[in-house]
Write a protein that binds this ligand. Sequence first.
Ligand SMILES: CC(C)(COP(=O)(O)OP(=O)(O)OC[C@H]1O[C@@H](n2cnc3c(N)ncnc32)[C@H](O)[C@@H]1OP(=O)(O)O)[C@@H](O)C(=O)NCCC(=O)NCCS
Length: 150
Amino acid sequence: MAEIVFSRITPQNYHRAFQVHGECQAFPSSEQTFLSCLGNKYFAYQAEWEQQIAGFYVGHQVLDELTLIDIGVSPLMRGKGLGRRLMEHFEQQCRQRGAQQLWLEVRESNSVAINLYQAFDFAEIEHRKNYYPAAGGGWEDAIVMSKMFF
Ligand SMILES: CC(C)(COP(=O)(O)OP(=O)(O)OC[C@H]1O[C@@H](n2cnc3c(N)ncnc32)[C@H](O)[C@@H]1OP(=O)(O)O)[C@@H](O)C(=O)NCCC(=O)NCCS
């Protein structure tokens, strides 16, 4: 895989990462919400690959519990290992920040992301009924996944 350059997402450089977020979500956050995830307690990184920002993630820290808030790879760049590299970078950051436990939430239908998380040893903790709005109308369950990290 070509070299990937990770950089912190900031209020100055967030535009392309926000665009990738929009390419990844059926119900994207507003720009204001995305920007609010760059502040205190959050850490967000973007991955530049083949001269473009192709992926990103947002993490959040409360004491020694860290949550993966969002992760995404631009559709044309998927299936090439970038999601895995983003997860590795996220975990490296978690380790540096003294994480004891990692958390995330994922749509029940998102088998690609669930496979990725399982490959990183996340396990299901609970189902949240009707947690997300569904693309075709109605609601969809969330799966809460976690991993001890010490
Ligand atoms: C989830 C996502 C980040 C994965 O990124 P990616 O660059 O395609 O992932 P990788 O190529 O690194 O693959 C990593 C693992 O994901 C899983 N995976 C990737 N593509 C898959 C597919 N088409 N079908 C099933 N599993 C798949 C596999 O477990 C894979 O590991 P493997 O290659 O050892 O089998 C990407 O699909 C994405 O941006 N999806 C939309 C946003 C999203 O759903 N984010 C998660 C919100 S909770």
